[in-house]
Design a protein around this ligand. Structure first.
Ligand code: NAP
Ligand code: ZN
Length: 346
């Protein structure tokens, strides 16, 4: 077995602290990565806090992983030691169901195996990227360009693909009015992709202080959602709303901002269910939709798109020991715009 170092929560809501554990040996189809950076996703905090479902503890969060390949199994074809590599939210899936065959492993009919707070296909708990090393089967490892800042690339593995995938699926681009709801880790990547795809982008935010940043990220418009006058001015005006909000919010209010035939796409996952009135949808033939991360093929496509177009995340690099402060700031919506852990500080 491989001895690994990490920061883990030993119980729901616990403060993260150093923890040593074992990872499996590198099998014939596995790649071992020395982790250099790991992004901090709001999903990490949701799961440490059991916001969605009872988690598996000890829990090592982290699913925005980048680093260097240090060992490959005998049958590995696409990775060599010394290369940069990344791992996102999934580490395995059945590979044979309809969805896996369609490159939609995230919707695997048997359930994809998540990078942490999940079990691998061997039945063993999975542990994530707040760690010095990880072993993953080749099919779930991504190629990372050396053209971009490695630390700022890490968040592409979750925040990047989670916003890229729905914008591609709904073919959002020129001629569309796109609203990004919530300017955090996912939201700021949604702005970058929306702008890159040619959409007219509005940021809908509870934080008036983020206006300057939103415009610097490329958004054309900024609306403070706490100001009724600003909200009234954009009523019925968007083709799409990409909803990245991590806490409860009034879905009926935001649906009223869509045009006829507009689509509200949920990617944010608050702990409570939404209350949606049918009138909010039928008046204007509106759609309420959702999207989960993206398949491996599309994640590689997104990473290649980012390398070609010089797109990375705007990050604050932190020491491992400061993770709790980062979580506290994330809860307050004070992320500018993704925390990334420097694993050299583990
Ligand atoms: P984040 O960085 O904390 O950003 C969330 C943003 O939502 C905040 O910065 C804030 O932006 C806004 N917000 C927070 N509380 C709000 C409230 N009560 N009402 C309105 N807006 C509020 O989080 P993240 O990492 O981007 O993740 C966002 C959500 O997506 C999380 O729930 C996460 O679990 C989920 N997620 C889903 C997927 C998927 O596959 N679908 C993948 C990754 C993450 P403003 O200050 O601009 O209002
Ligand atoms: Zn995530």
């Amino acid at each position: 077995m491989i001895q690994a170092k990490s920061y883990a929560a030993q119980a729901p809501g616990a403060t993260l602290a150093p923890w040593q554990f074992e990872r499996r040996e590198v099998g014939p189809h596995d790649v071992q990565i020395e982790i250099h950076y790991c992004g901090v996703c709001h999903s990490d905090l949701h799961q440490v806090n059991n916001d969605w479902f009872p988690g598996i503890f000890p829990m090592v969060p982290g699913h925005e992983i980048v680093g260097k390949v240090i060992k490959v199994g005998d049958h590995v074809k696409n990775f060599k030691t010394g290369e940069l590599a990344g791992v996102g939210c999934m580490v395995d899936s059945c590979q044979v169901c309809e969805n896996c065959k369609a490159d939609l492993e995230q919707y695997c009919l048997e359930g994809s195996n998540q990078t942490y707070n999940s079990k691998g296909r061997d039945g063993q708990p999975t542990y994530g990227g707040y760690s010095n090393t990880i072993v993953v089967r080749e099919e779930f490892v991504l190629h990372i360009s050396d053209k971009l800042s490695l630390a700022a690339t890490a968040p592409l593995l979750c925040a990047g693909i989670t916003t890229y995938s729905p914008l591609r699926h709904w073919k959002v681009g020129k001629g569309h009015k796109l609203a990004i709801l919530g300017l955090g880790g996912l939201g700021h990547m949604g702005v970058k992709f929306g702008v890159a795809f040619g959409a007219d982008v509005t940021v809908l935010s509870t934080s008036a202080s983020k206006e300057k940043d939103a415009l610097a990220l490329g958004a054309q418009h900024f609306v403070v959602t706490k100001d009724p006058a600003q909200l009234a001015a954009v009523k019925g005006s968007f083709d799409f709303i990409l909803d990245t909000v991590s806490a409860e919010h009034d879905m009926n209010l935001y649906l009223s901002l869509l045009k006829t035939d507009g689509t509200h796409i949920c990617v944010g996952v608050p702990s409570e269910a939404y209350a949606v009135h049918p009138f909010s949808l039928l008046g204007g033939r509106k759609s309420l939709a959702g999207s989960g991360i993206g398949g491996i093929k599309e994640t590689q496509e997104m990473l290649d798109f980012c390398a070609e177009n010089n797109i990375t995340s705007d990050i604050e690099l932190i020491n491992m020991k400061d993770i709790q402060t980062a979580y506290d700031r994330m809860v307050k919506g004070d992320v500018r715009y993704r925390f990334v852990i420097d694993m050299a500080t583990l």
